[in-house]
Design a protein. Structure first.
Length: 322
């Protein structure tokens, strides 16, 4: 029932009461004046009762002895009846106050229970942090700077670590939901790099300031060991490894890096194809059997005549000899 209906019903009731009161007052005022039956104020019983049903309607009734709604005397003073409008406003105000109090109580009850219990189970929301580790891998790289089959770790491997933050909702002891809040890489994963040798001779390189000395293993009687000896001598002439590729091509064409190679037509001999071979005796007397002696003489010849292996190779490419 809306407020309009409540007000209408109350107004009707008050109108009826007002009519009774008017009738009672008319009877009283028209009575003949005579001796009063008793001294003092008239004994009139007044009992106010307010009824509220479900916070929806309010009604007021006054019971006056003799069934009349009339003026009464209290403490020797006249108490005049409230007007119909005043009674209606008081009743409506009481109804609104009760409704507001009821709504406030309901809201308080709902607010107190929100987020605390669901179906009788306590609900909690917490934050959890987890770290996961990802193992690093291994990457192999081939190099001819190491003897075949030999390995060397070039880059140390590092395991990756990732930190994840979750928002977890639980009902009692049971996890209801898990939501990812953030993910942070604490330590990046780094794969281990391993060098795998494909060369045929072992070399050891040591650095002292800007000078670099390379010591070769092998006696030079094989092509691979002869190349290793030659490469170890490059730095003594101020040549870097880029010059070795030119030297390799040059002496591959001349002798296939064979310390016993001899040109049948010209008589050129050894790895550098000295002509005649006895020229290499300026280094050592064993020039015919010692690859190191031959290589030492050949590098000196290139440095003196062409300045570098790549210049000697360019000349050989142009005319067919150096």
């Amino acid at each position: 029932m809306g407020r309009h209906s409540q007000s209408s019903s109350l107004s009707t009731t008050l109108v009826e009461l007002g009519a009774l009161a008017s009738k009672s007052l008319s009877s009283t005022s028209s009575a003949p004046s005579g001796r009063r039956r008793a001294e003092g104020p008239a004994k009139t019983s007044v009992g106010p009762v307010v009824y509220r049903a479900g916070g929806v309607a309010a009604a007021l009734s006054l019971a006056v002895s003799g069934g009349a709604y009339a003026a009464t005397q209290m403490g020797g003073q006249d108490v005049r009846p409230l007007s119909e409008e005043q009674v209606l406003l008081d009743a409506i105000g009481a109804q609104e106050t009760g409704s507001a109090a009821s709504a406030e109580g309901s809201a308080s009850q709902e607010a107190g229970s929100e987020g605390l219990t669901v179906g009788g189970e306590s609900v909690s929301v917490s934050t959890e942090v987890q770290e996961t580790t990802e193992a690093h891998g291994t990457v192999e790289q081939q190099t001819d700077e190491l003897p075949e089959g030999e390995t060397k770790v070039a880059t140390e491997g590092v395991d990756g670590v990732t930190r994840t933050t979750y928002q977890v909702t639980r009902s009692g002891e049971e996890e209801v939901s898990r939501e990812t809040v953030s993910t942070v890489v604490v330590t990046p994963k780094v794969d281990e790099v391993v060098l795998v040798g494909t060369g045929t001779a072992a070399t050891t390189t040591s650095s002292a300031g800007s000078a670099t000395t390379t010591t070769a293993s092998g006696d030079g009687t094989t092509a691979a060991s002869a190349k290793s000896i030659a490469q170890s001598m490059m730095a003594s002439h101020g040549w870097d490894d880029s010059q070795f590729s030119c030297l390799d091509s040059l002496w591959e064409r001349e002798s296939n890096w064979n310390y016993q190679a001899q040109n049948p037509s010209s008589g050129a001999y050894g790895i550098p194809q000295a002509l005649p071979g006895s020229k290499m005796g300026s280094v050592a007397a064993d020039w015919a059997t010692n690859p190191t002696t031959q290589i030492t003489w050949g590098l000196g010849y290139i440095a003196e005549r062409y300045g570098s292996p790549c210049s000697a190779w360019a000349h050989s490419e142009s005319v067919g000899w150096y």
